[in-house]
Design a binder for this molecule. Structure first.
Ligand code: FMN
Length: 296
């Protein structure tokens, strides 16, 4: 089946699936198999201590795959560890990473966490695309006003930074579809084909996988951690308190998506499983076309 949404037509990927950003882990050996499998692999730029280190990584990425990939810059807000108010100096430090990526031919730039309009402007000047990630609808609307080409909204079921006003993935995506014109990428708790298709039905034009891909074979996370995550009991009060009551703070916790991941498998198998099963479900509902196209 051929998948066509505004997102995968922009990213030029076979499937409308995007890899999350991963502090410490989002490097080529993890991102290249994601791109090879038909999704958009993402290199988390600030995992490299200088723009020059990022340049070497991007060169390596191009040796590993000819498929499209993107980078992420997480602009840390002052209220989190390592974050600060933006100054001209800090903006220029972030922009130095963007320049290197532009030189290396990167076309898709994802940003997250804090104000990133200054990055979006530079990316647009260069004729490339800027996708921002938000934890609330309010911030998603701000991203659209700031001219982002797409917005990823992470629901309460997901992991990563949370805002006290974070909503569930269902509320986020259905409401954002009503309120925004730009394409939406759904994130938060998605780990199987029904979650993928559900997000598309709610109005998303791609899905971003974080936790589900973290427990794949090529993820550089320690095997022990992956085993712990796939065995996480997501139905305990302790887990519920952490994931839904903002007690995540500085601890990285698997999201509700691990409820769907019971085996450590290669990224290619994970993505194929989602896409093949999605096609099977669509067929079982009577969908007969060869192309699944959400662009109207
Ligand atoms: C280990 C780990 C590290 C992460 N690091 C970042 C990061 O540096 N920047 C960011 O924007 N999101 C980060 N995230 C969040 C993911 O990019 C993604 O938005 C989130 O995991 C989606 O929810 P899901 O886990 O339910 O799929 C991280 C997630 C995990 C699991």
């Amino acid at each position: 089946m051929i998948w066509k949404t505004r997102i995968n037509q922009t990213t030029k990927t076979k499937y409308p699936v995007i890899m999350g950003a991963f502090v410490g882990l989002g490097k080529t050996d993890f991102a290249a198999p994601f791109s090879e499998a038909g999704g958009l692999g993402i290199i988390t730029a600030l995992n490299f201590k200088s723009p020059n280190h990022l340049k070497k990584e991007l060169e390596k990425m191009k040796e590993l795959t000819e498929k499209p990939f993107g980078i992420n810059i997480s602009v840390l807000p002052p209220q989190v560890k390592g974050g600060h108010h933006l100054t001209e100096k800090s903006k220029n430090e972030y922009l130095a990473y963007i320049e290197v990526a532009l030189d290396e031919g990167v076309k898709i730039f994802t940003t997250s966490a804090y104000q990133a309009t200054f990055i979006g402007k530079r990316v647009h000047e260069a004729g490339c695309y800027w996708f921002h990630k938000a934890a609330t609808i309010k911030h998603a609307i701000s991203a659209e006003k700031a001219d982002a080409d797409a917005v990823t909204i992470v629901g309460l079921e997901g992991t990563g930074f949370k805002n006290p006003l974070t909503q569930t993935t269902l509320v986020n995506i259905t409401m954002a579809r009503r309120l925004l014109k730009i394409p939406i990428i759904a994130a938060g708790g998605i780990g199987d084909a029904r979650g993928f298709l559900g997000a598309i039905a709610m109005g998303a034009e791609a899905v971003c996988f974080g936790t589900a891909v973290m427990v794949c074979e090529e993820s550089p996370a320690a095997l022990k951690l992956k085993e712990k995550w796939i065995n996480e009991d997501i139905f305990t009060e302790d887990y519920h308190q952490k994931i839904y009551h903002l007690k995540l703070r500085d601890t990285v916790l698997p999201s509700m998506a691990v409820g769907h991941r019971k085996k450590i498998i290669p990224i290619k198998d994970f993505i194929e499983e989602i896409m093949n099963e999605s096609e099977r479900i669509l067929r079982s509902w009577g969908f007969t076309a060869e192309e699944f196209n959400t662009i109207s």
